[in-house]
Design a protein around this ligand. Structure first.
Ligand SMILES: C[S@@+](CC[C@H](N)C(=O)[O-])C[C@H]1O[C@@H](n2cnc3c(N)ncnc32)[C@H](O)[C@@H]1O
Length: 378
């Protein structure tokens, strides 16, 4: 039903303009008020949803992130007021795991922390407040627009936010760069190529030195880069921690990745057709981490660490978390079960260990005391 309603909204929009960019189409599919994938009711993440994220695997993921957050706080000189911002907080599971860890294990840092949740879908604030009820006095909320003007010292982190931002799709042709648009044909969606909707697309490829070969398709996340530029500017002093699917540009735009990276998720099945199940399946693309690193450096951010999630979690304390589980009074069977669950966070090929990358950037101070930058010899 909601698919038909959303489809009609998009079809009407196309009939007014003749064609819309893929970015406009993806924005409607994911975020059209009340009918988009993220803006309509229903569980998206976890067993009953369409896909897993690391935070739905086990609280250990959040606990390891929390260890690094506490190290960020110490790196800032253990200030009395420390702002933690989660962008794209979803139902608040990661924020809850982080705050639980800090309150149990790092009370000084917890006492200083206030947590700001930012979520494009405002109705999720209720679920976040309920899940984080024990930490309610520390919570506040900002809209994505308000975040742009929010000046703060602390840490901004996100998990799988940028891969959910709309992308333009382009293709290199013998006549030069073209953009992929969406139109309709007898009531169905159809793609066509035309002159790029904005010179920013070609400028992006030139700026980041991305040579597409004839026939190669690629995604460009102008929205993701603009979001990142805004938060890099809002942060006065501290850290940005970004966890997401993605690659550096050489791998992301490699000739063998000829058709880009767009994927759709529905009830734990994956496909590449964004015109199915409109508003009922997730649409994602891989993040260009080189753009975040290079643009970040222009905006005064220092790249402290970039690499696979597995390496990040191992350096940052997952082994210590596993040791604590071993030493606990759980039954051997429960320990084994938990070890196997947690393994998914670090295993490559089918696990989340190397598909996901972590980027840690800092702004405005001298000596970061983060565990991820220690040498673990792997
Ligand atoms: C793939 S989900 C990830 C949710 C959660 N971080 C997790 O790991 O399970 C992406 C979330 O980002 C939100 N989102 C998208 N654009 C946003 C923006 N500009 N600011 C804040 N949240 C945004 C979506 O509404 C959605 O809840």
């Amino acid at each position: 039903m909601s698919e038909n309603k959303l489809k009609k909204i998009i079809v009407d929009r196309i009939s007014l303009k003749g064609q819309i960019t893929f970015a406009e189409y993806m924005t409607a599919c994911l975020y059209e008020p009340e009918t988009g994938y993220y803006t309509s009711p229903g569980r998206k993440v976890g067993t009953e949803g369409d896909f897993y994220t690391s935070i739905t695997v086990h609280a250990t993921f959040g606990r390891v992130i929390a260890r690094e957050i506490e190290a960020c706080w110490r790196s800032l000189g253990s200030p009395e007021k420390f702002t933690l911002v989660e962008a794209g907080a979803g139902h608040g599971r990661l924020a809850c795991d982080i705050m639980d860890f800090l309150s149990e294990q790092k009370p000084d840092c917890y006492a200083a922390t206030r947590l700001v949740l930012v979520e494009k879908e405002p109705s999720l604030a209720e679920a976040q407040a309920s899940l984080l009820s024990e930490h309610i006095k520390k919570l506040s909320w900002l809209t994505p627009d308000e975040l742009k003007d929010f000046k703060f010292t602390g840490v901004l982190y996100s998990n799988e936010l940028l891969d959910a931002m709309p992308v333009h799709r382009v293709i290199m042709t013998p006549q030069g760069l073209k953009e992929i648009y969406v139109t309709t044909n007898r009531g169905d969606f159809e793609e066509l190529t035309d002159t790029p909707s904005t010179p920013e697309l070609e400028a992006y490829l030139v700026r980041y030195g991305i040579p597409l070969h004839p026939g190669q398709e690629a995604e460009i996340s102008l929205a993701g880069l603009k979001w990142f530029e805004a938060v890099a500017t809002s942060l006065q002093q501290g850290f940005i921690l970004t966890i997401d699917y993605g690659w550096p540009k050489a791998a992301l735009y490699a000739p063998e990745r000829n058709i880009g990276t767009l994927l759709c998720y529905y009830k734990h099945t994956v496909e590449d057709n964004p015109y199915h199940r409109i508003g009922e399946q997730d649409i994602t693309t891989h993040v260009n981490f080189s753009a975040l690193i290079e643009r970040g450096e222009e905006l005064g951010l220092k790249t402290l660490w970039f690499g696979e999630q597995s390496r990040f979690l191992i350096s940052s304390g997952i082994i210590e978390e596993l040791e604590a589980i071993e030493a606990s009074d759980m039954t051997d069977r429960d320990k084994l079960k938990l070890r196997l669950t947690i393994k998914r966070l670090i295993m490559p090929e089918g696990g989340m260990g190397d598909t996901f990358k972590v980027l840690v950037q800092s702004k405005g101070f001298v000596e970061p005391k983060l565990s991820c930058i220690r040498d673990i010899g792997i």
